[in-house]
Design a protein around this ligand. Sequence first.
Ligand code: PMT
Length: 234
Amino acid sequence: AGPRPLAGRRVLITAGGTIERLDPVRYITNDSSGKMGFALAESARGLGADVTLVCARTDGPPPPGVRVVSAESAEEMYEAVMSRVPETDFVVKAAAVADYRPARRQSSKMKKGPEQLTLELVRNPDILQAIGDWKQAGAAEGGAGRRTPFVVGFAAETGDTERYALDKLKRKRCDLIVANDVSQAGAGFGTDTNIVSVYGDEGLVAALPLQSKRAAADRIWQLAIERASSPAAP
Ligand code: PMT
């Protein structure tokens, strides 16, 4: 066995795409397969962590050896994550969370009606933002007696990646943000590989070329562990 720098550490990872239901048989979702989150979970487990994986809809089964919590919608994921954040050392938000959900969820199957149907959507809570705000509030109170997790966010972009990723890093108060341009071949949703750039407060930390999601996950953990244990880290 290799080194176990995450031994005794509690890690919370989100994976997959949330499902936002319209009625009992229809929903809005996205293309996330869960592979990136699974790779991060597998990697963390290999490094000795106690891993909780909060899963939305995924294409395959989660890796063995981790605690799995199902959370279908963004609201369910919000509850599952926020209730565990105070006892967590690292949070990694690889899930693709729907920004909007249907304003109304019908209790029975919607019937076919007029030629045109307009769906009204409402904003979902932003989980990563809520964690950042929670950390900030704790720091303002002096942070006594509470764990403040090291937070790694993701940013899925289709252009102008650096600008949007840095904006998300600052706004959502992440310690690191992992950006993928999901319009690039071999990167983003559904693939076994990814191409990611990792950003911190100072800007680009690492640009990782095309590689398996598992190899990228190992590098992301290496960076997170280094920074979480460095004196400069919060
Ligand atoms: O699952 P795979 O098929 O392997 O694909 C991997 C991936 C492309 C889904 C993954 O690499 C990725 O980029 N995940 C984040 C997708 C996303 O929702 O990005 P975003 O830029 O919309 O959101 C930014 C961050 O805020 C993310 O960490 C997201 O989890 C979080 N967020 C967003 C909205 C919301 N309501 N709550 C959140 O917590």
